[in-house]
Design a protein around this ligand. Structure first.
Ligand SMILES: [Mg+2]
Length: 265
């Protein structure tokens, strides 16, 4: 870890109330071919639990996965003190009344949005019938096309077809990612969800680590000049101020945060 990030992390850890939030896939968990086989690296969730137990520290995992899948993959339950933010911010496991609608998934969509989601599912299923190696993931407010390990020309053609399907329908949010394209009927984003959590927990500064296109909206919503810490995992363009190479380095970063915070406490 670079000296610059280390000193920024030390300054961040010295603040009385902070929010520590991480993305899941590609950040806490290495990317894998089958999305349901993704697991956090050893030490990642354990360290996040340790951080959650420290005074003045709020922790969250913010993912594009739907909440139920995120709960299953992380094993994080209500007693762990870690907030789960699913579907890019459309769902959380925090028990406040505003989230109750989110918790029941697709029923939070109005009739038009539900019909639109149905159309998108049909259109992506048609694309999969032309390119059988691609995989579809169905989420409460979105459908996702996965092309990891698919032969490149088929992956490219299927991705292009999915993006075109998304653009044909007003009200669809097309989010490209790493070997993935998501068509969503919800406008939720990680940046707003983290902002809400920071306000609700009265955190003065937020640390966020992520690796993909949707994380850029979270980085962009934060304010490094007033103490927020934005950290991009891996290569690629980013608005984040800091960078770490891989999920292993994310675990190291979380461990250092806990260590520094304990020393300061
Ligand atoms: Mg990710």
């Amino acid at each position: 870890m670079g000296e610059e990030l280390r000193s920024a992390l030390t300054a961040f850890a010295a603040r009385p109330r902070v929010l520590v939030a991480v993305d899941f896939d590609g950040t806490l968990a290495p990317l894998v071919t089958d999305p349901l086989q993704a697991r956090a690296l050893h030490g990642g969730l354990e360290t996040l639990r340790e951080a959650a137990a420290l005074g003045g520290v709020t922790t969250a995992v913010a993912s594009g996965r739907d909440l139920a899948t995120l709960e299953a993959l992380t094993g994080i339950g209500p007693g762990d003190g870690i907030t789960l933010i699913g579907s890019h911010g459309a769902q959380t496991n925090r028990g406040n009344p505003a989230d109750l609608a989110s918790a029941v998934g697709a029923s939070l969509l109005d009739e038009a949005a539900a019909a639109l989601l149905e159309t998108l599912r049909d259109e992506l299923a048609a694309i999969r019938s032309r390119y059988p190696a691609v995989r579809l993931e169905y989420k409460p407010a979105a459908v996702v096309l996965h092309t990891r390990d698919v032969e490149p020309s088929a992956a490219k053609a299927a991705t292009k077809a999915a993006r075109e399907a998304g653009r044909r329908h007003p009200g669809v949010h097309v989010t490209p990612g790493k070997e993935v394209v998501e068509l969503s009927v919800s406008a939720a984003d990680k940046g707003s969800a983290l902002g809400e959590l920071a306000r609700a927990s009265r955190s003065e500064a937020t640390l966020y680590v992520g690796d993909d296109a949707t994380d850029e909206r979270a980085f962009a919503a934060l304010h490094p000049l007033s103490g927020d810490l934005t950290i991009k995992v891996g290569t690629g363009e980013t608005v984040a101020l800091h960078r770490v190479p891989d999920p292993e380095a994310v675990v190291e970063l979380l461990k250092l945060f806990v260590e520094v915070r304990r020393l300061q406490g």
